[in-house]
Design a protein around this ligand. Structure first.
Ligand code: ZN
Length: 101
């Protein structure tokens, strides 16, 4: 009997993690029902944030990870998000510089 096909979703950090930039912080969740990301400013009801995070956890990359591995995964995603943000702002700066030449 194959009864282990169902993947358990680890809910670690789903209440503290920003679904937009993957920043994990207790500061994101200062109030019980309100989530506000300290990094990108994403703001939603805490329940909405929690369910977004849980649904993204159902993807294969999160399956069978423990709490510590999940934090590492979220941190690396947050790093990627930061790099992309830096890159796009630097690119805009270049364009601005060139057009003013
Ligand atoms: Zn964020």
């Amino acid at each position: 009997m194959q009864s282990m096909l169902y993947t358990t979703i680890n809910p670690a950090y789903t209440s503290q993690c920003c679904p937009e930039c993957n920043c994990v912080s207790k500061e994101n969740r200062k109030k019980q029902d309100k989530f506000r990301c300290t990094e990108c400013g994403y703001e939603k009801h805490a329940d909405v944030v929690g369910s977004r995070n849980v649904s993204s956890r159902s993807s294969a990359e999160f399956s069978n990870l423990n709490k510590r591995q999940i934090l590492q995964m979220l941190n690396s995603k947050n790093l990627t998000w930061r790099e992309q943000r830096c890159y796009s702002s630097a690119k805009n700066g270049d364009l601005h510089h060139q057009s003013s030449k």
